[in-house]
Write a protein that binds this ligand. Structure first.
Ligand code: AAO
Length: 474
């Protein structure tokens, strides 16, 4: 479950948070394929609650009403069209799967696809689920039925996460409904799943659900016998009894400590060494899904604190570039929209709860309130670097004050200088020759000498990043 079936050995996924299916299809064709992205993580595609009283927030999409593919991002036909068009250009789709729970208590009415529901009665006819399909109250040890104490494993996995009606994953029927949802998506041609709130599910239930899930669809271009890619959202920053290793048998886990360490390291470059800290319980590289920030912690939800986001563009470019140059984990890039308030939905949502298109400016940046970090020059260029150096290890580590550099085997060399002025001859590990510097799109040409050394010059205060790789032409 932990090997993504990327086309052509591609190495990076991008979360196009709250984008519509029609825009994602276009982005695959006009940008992501050429830029070398493996896949897009899409917002939850199932029918969700419509929370008008909070101005149609982004988080309404984490309250499932049914598994019909009818969401704010588009309908079933649009979803299928997106998957087919992205697959056709070698870009895969990863679904954000919200299967731990249904909507919050107190909610009722109609979902985004028109299905009726009543959470207090545990009635979701669009699936259908009834009161028999939710975790029995007697199994939850907390006084109010919610999760208050993260030190009690039974409470975290059997009680309600912020009042969200908790599905009983031990039940065969529930497992069948969830795997039925997965199989529908696999048949359509998706490559994998981010399992939302996996920390709140028992690993043995996840194992059973995944066991019922089909191999990837060969008609969508996947090799036969290939299992879907699964990564589990488990917030483990040490200090709680639920740890990432409990999920290694069912796939990869989100590694929240990585983003924290990147933020610390960008603040103080001496902390950029040993980003992977096994002593802190971090997942080994082949089990880790890594990211600098995510849709929660960029706005103060789940596990926030000590992270950098698009709101500090220069630091963010450095943090993401360093992460892409590094050899640890499988990497996800965040692609956001601008917001002032942490509930705020995507551009257009204040206008009746729909979503605006993503307009592309003449210079390739996005307009209309969309940030599109994945189109920021150093980030796009470093995605190419990561593809080019895949499979190599870090070597020739150099760090002195506010400057850092390292090589990736004999395939690539990366350097970064906090204040954008650096001039030093370093060992690059590369074969002798002329190389194109990637961030400058080959405006800077670099000569690697016969002994592998090269004079590394950085002279750019906004994008103080340097990268060369074998076979990279800018
Ligand atoms: C909304 C409303 C609620 C309402 C509810 C039901 O906001 O007021 O009660 O509806 O009607 C998202 C939003 C929620 C929203 C929900 C449903 O974030 O605000 O609730 O949709 O619409 C925990 C979980 C983790 C979860 C995270 C938010 O473990 O799985 O909370 N993330 C996912 C999604 C997220 C989504 C859901 C789950 C639900 O990514 O977008 O919620 O589908 C500790 C624990 C963590 C815990 C956090 C936050 O973290 O360890 O497990 O995450 O607390 O409660 C330090 C520590 C760190 C600690 C952190 C606390 O950093 O090191 O361990 O502090 O911030």
């Amino acid at each position: 479950y932990d090997t993504p079936s990327c086309a052509d050995g591609r190495q990076t996924i991008v979360h196009l948070f709250e984008w519509k299916w029609t825009d994602i299809a276009q982005e695959c064709e006009r940008f992501l394929a050429d830029a070398g992205f493996c896949a897009v993580q899409v917002s939850p595609p199932m029918e969700h609650a419509v929370v008008e009283e909070n101005g149609y927030p982004w988080w309404q999409r984490y309250q499932p009403v049914s598994y019909k593919l009818e969401s704010r991002s588009g309908n079933r036909q649009q979803f299928i069209d997106m998957v087919q068009r992205c697959n056709a250009v070698g870009v895969r789709i990863i679904v954000d799967a919200v299967v731990n729970h249904m909507t919050g208590l107190g909610r009722s009415g109609q979902g985004s696809g028109g299905s009726s529901f009543n959470a207090d009665n545990r009635d979701f006819p669009g699936v259908p689920y009834s009161s028999l399909d939710f975790t029995p109250r007697s199994m939850c040890p907390s006084a109010d039925g919610n999760i208050n104490n993260y030190n009690d494993v039974n409470e975290v996995r059997n009680c309600y996460l912020v009042g969200l009606t908790d599905l009983y994953g031990a039940k065969d029927y529930v497992r069948q409904m969830i795997s039925g949802y997965y199989n529908d998506l696999v048949e359509i041609g998706v490559m994998g799943f981010r399992v939302d709130a996996a920390k709140h599910m028992w690993p043995k239930d996840l194992e059973a659900i995944q066991g019922l899930t089909h191999d990837l669809n060969t008609n969508a271009g996947f090799p036969s016998g290939q299992r879907p890619f699964f990564f589990h959202e488990v917030i483990d920053q040490g200090g709680e009894p639920i740890t990432v290793d409990q999920y290694f048998s069912v796939g990869r886990t989100t590694e929240f400590r990585f983003g924290k360490k990147i933020a610390w390291g960008i603040n103080d470059f001496s902390q950029l060494a040993n980003i992977y800290d096994p002593g802190w319980g971090m997942a080994p590289s082949d089990k880790a899904l890594v990211f600098v920030d995510n849709h929660d912690n960029q706005r103060g939800h789940g596990g926030a604190g000590d992270i950098i986001t698009f709101k500090q563009p220069k630091e963010y470019k450095m943090g993401v570039s360093f992460s892409l140059a590094h050899d640890y984990g499988f990497m996800r890039i965040m692609s956001s929209y601008y917001f002032d308030d942490s509930d705020q939905g995507p551009p257009g949502s204040n206008n009746g709860g729909s979503t605006d298109d993503v307009p592309i400016n003449a210079d390739g940046s996005c307009g209309g309130g969309w940030v599109c970090e994945h189109r920021w020059n150093p980030i796009t260029q470093m995605v190419k670097f990561r593809n080019a150096v895949a499979g190599t290890q870090m070597a020739n580590w150099y760090q002195e004050g506010d400057n850092v550099a390292f090589s990736r085997g004999d395939k690539g060399f990366f350097a970064m200088s906090k204040y954008g002025s650096f001039d030093k001859t370093l060992q690059t590990g590369l074969p002798a020759g002329q190389y194109c510097e990637l961030i400058s799109h080959c405006a800077n040409k670099v000569t690697v000498n016969g002994d592998g050394t090269a004079r590394i010059i950085i002279n750019n205060s906004e994008e103080p990043i340097f990268a060369i790789c074998a076979g990279c032409d800018g």
